[in-house]
Structure formats: C-alpha cells, structure tokens
Design a protein around this ligand. Structure first.
Ligand code: SF4
Ligand code: SF4
Length: 412
C-alpha cells in the first residue's frame, strides 16, 4: 500500500533539476510498481481490477533504464512497490542501482518473503527505509482481510527489520472492520518500535470500490478513532509519529489529489505503463504512455496522459470560476469518474459539486448498514485474486459475463 505522504522520507543528494520552459516542475516521486504478483489477497487492494491483463513485466535492464531516466529528470524519492516487490529476485540489484543514482529508497511490502538473508542483502545494497503493512492488530482480522495466514510472519518480519537497523513505517489500511481497533494497532506499532505509523483510511478505488458497501465506516467510528489518535499523540509525543487522514467521503472539500496531476508523482506500472496517479489505469479514454516505447522525459512533459488534468486549464464549472481552485485543483479525477462518470467533473466530495449527493448517499448507506457484529452483510467481500481479476476483466470487455461481485466472496 502506497501513500505519497509516506513519512520518514528524506530528499536524496544530487542535482537540483529545473522546471521546463513552460513552468512544469520535474517529478519528485517515482513509484516503481515492480509486479502485480502478490501472495496476499487484500479486500482493499489498490491494484487495478484487471491487473491480470497487464502481467508482462519490465525486465531488470528496462527497470534500470527507468531509474536512470527518472533520476536525470529530477526524481529524488523512490518507492519499490507492487503487488509484492519481493517476488522479484532482482529487487536487490534495483535497490543497488537506485542507491548509486542517489535516490532515497523505500521498500513497500507485505513482509512475505522478507527473510533475514534478503534484509541483509537489501541493507548492503543501500535500501534506506521499509514500510511494512498489517491489516489489523488481531490475527483473525489480519488473516481474514488478506485471505492468508500472515499475521505471525509479519510480527517476525517487523522484529527482523528493526534488528537490521532500518527505519520502519507500519502501515495499516483502515475501514469499518478495524477502526474500532485503532488503539490496539497503535500499541502494536509502539511495541514493535516503529518510527512511524500510517493509519491510511481506505481510498475507494479498485478493489476497495467494489467492496465499498462492506468497508465504508460510519462517521462515529472515524470520530472515535481520531480521538484515540489524538490521545496517543498527547501521551507518546514523537516516539512514534502517527499519520491519520480522514477519508475523502467524510469531508466537504476534496484533497489536492497527488499534490496535483503531473506535478510531483510519476508511477510506473509493472508492464511499463506510466501513471500520473495510482488509479489512472481505471480512467477510460486516457491512453497511458509506456516506457518501452517512449522516453520518460517525453512522457512527463509532452504526453496527453500527463497533461490532460495538469494545472487548471482543463477545469469545468463549478471549479473554473471557483475561488478555491488553486487549493485543491478540483480534487481527485478517479473519484470524479467513479461517482459522476466524467473524470473532468469536480470531485463530488465537494459540496459545490452538483453530484455531491452521490457521496452523501454512500455515507448514509454506511450509517444505516448493520454493524459488523450485528448481522450478515448484503454482499460478500470480493478478494483480490487472479480468478476474480480475470472475471472482472472479462466482464469489463463483455457485459454479458456474470458479475463476479454477486458471487464468490466471503464474510467474516
Ligand atoms: S493484495 Fe494487499 S499486499 Fe498485495 S498488493 Fe494488494 S494491498 Fe498490497
Ligand atoms: S468547486 Fe471545484 S475548485 Fe471549488 S472547492 Fe469544489 S472541487 Fe475545489
């Protein structure tokens, strides 16, 4: 799981790149999604629903070219992500190259495959930072939500990460199932010696969007969790820095998504597609350039995909004449598409949007839904796995294929 606000990141040493002639700044963040393969099956996975359609991975040499081009462009922060990046046996070679280039490197991992041997090799290769994900503070929910038995292993991996002297971010994606456990999750992070805890409220794209009815919390759950976080911040100070961001659906103004489209973030998918945002693959009509065919500089500065929603020129009403547009740039394009059918609309989280009611309804549905403890959910959770991905991809291509969301899920 990845977040642009990843704590603990520091700028790398190196040249200060300049903005292009027309004022477009260089990318600062490179996210290398090395693979969509993953041993876990998280119900909120941010990988695209049809990830099985994009499984032809870049080679080691191609990834090294990406790193060199991105560094030359000016990128300083580098996240190795996936899927699970540890399934690539060239990870150490890529970390070594990134280190030589002067990137500040972060491994974003579920912990599966992070043996002592690999930790030692990654340390020797120059890896700076590790972000380890947990699904919950309890074995039962951790293992249920990832559809794997990984809780004990993650505990052992966390201890090994600390033994090897890495700064560690513990990441836990929050939703209605685990929000009541926030105090226990914080205790777990403190006990493990994590320097940072990222309590990342679910963003409802990809698999989380399919499972929205199951995962969406209530406002009361969020308020209680926020109060718990505030209490721990008061009592524990900086011992473990806790990040907690209220999910968009519960706000009246959107966030400045990705700190601006084509402004800071450059993602490269496993097959080489270049992404202005993690979820951009889900936007219809947006042709993503590929590093196999196009130099990164051309992708960043000249491609339609990176220019389509860059800056303010593309804004429609009500954003175009809004006096707050410089602050949020119209919000999230993927949210606009998912909830209004047009990625160029104002993010419907905004209460000035004519589609804001769609967000209000989702929140109201969550409030009126039965709680986890008090009864069966209307629809089973759909886990991220290859079979479900193939069915969803086929359904997107051929509307007559049965909807997987109505079938093979599970309930806690
Ligand atoms: S299944 Fe879970 S661990 Fe794997 S990529 Fe998706 S969110 Fe990350
Ligand atoms: S109308 Fe558009 S620019 Fe104005 S606050 Fe809402 S989303 Fe932001």
């Amino acid at each position: 799981m990845t977040d642009l606000s990843q704590p603990g990141s520091q700028p790398a040493a190196g040249a200060q790149p300049e903005d292009s002639a027309d004022g477009v700044p260089p990318p600062l963040w490179l996210l290398a999604e090395l693979t969509y393969r993953c041993p876990l099956h998280c119900a909120f996975c941010y990988n695209p629903l049809d990830y099985t359609d994009h499984s032809r991975e870049l080679s080691t040499a191609q990834w090294i070219d990406v790193l060199r081009e991105a560094r030359a462009l000016g990128a300083v922060q580098l996240g190795f992500s996936g899927g699970e990046p540890l399934v690539r046996d060239d990870l150490e070679a890529l970390v070594e190259e990134a280190h030589k280039l002067g990137f500040y490197t972060n491994l974003i991992t579920s912990g599966v495959g992070l043996t002592d041997q690999r930790l030692g090799d990654l340390k020797a290769a120059g890896l700076d930072h590790i972000q380890l994900s947990f699904q919950d503070s309890t074995q039962q929910l951790n293992d249920f939500l990832s559809s794997t038995r990984t809780f004990d292993l993650k505990q052992r991996v966390a201890a090994s990460i600390k033994r090897h002297g890495f700064p560690m971010v513990l990441n836990c994606v929050l939703h209605r199932y685990n929000l009541p456990h926030v105090d226990k999750i914080i205790e777990m992070a403190l006990a493990m010696g994590a320097e940072y805890l990222e309590l990342a409220n679910t963003q409802y794209y990809g698999w989380a969007h399919v499972n929205e009815a199951q995962l969406m919390p209530t406002r009361e759950q969020l308020d209680e969790a926020e109060a718990v976080v505030a209490r721990y911040r008061r009592t524990h100070g900086e011992r473990c820095k806790i990040f907690f961001v209220v999910p968009d659906y519960f706000e009246r103004r959107p966030k400045r998504c990705m700190n601006g489209w084509g402004a800071v973030f450059l993602g490269i998918a496993p097959d080489g597609a270049a992404l202005p945002c993690h979820a951009a693959r889900g936007l219809p009509g947006l042709t993503l350039p590929n590093v196999r065919e196009t130099p990164l500089r051309e992708i960043w500065y000249d491609s339609d995909a990176f220019n389509r929603f860059r800056g303010l020129h593309w804004l429609k009403e009500p954003c175009r004449s809004c006096d707050e547009k410089e602050r949020d740039l119209g919000g999230c394009r993927c949210q606009a598409y998912l909830l209004t059918g047009d990625a160029a609309n104002a993010d419907p989280v905004c209460d000035k949007s004519p589609f804001h009611e769609s967000v209000v309804k989702v929140v109201q549905r969550a409030a009126s839904a039965s709680t986890v403890a008090s009864g069966p959910r209307e629809q089973p959770i759909l886990f991220r796995n290859d079979a479900n991905s193939r069915t969803l991809a086929a359904a997107a291509r051929e509307p007559n294929v049965p909807d997987v969301a109505s079938g093979s899920g599970a309930q806690p």
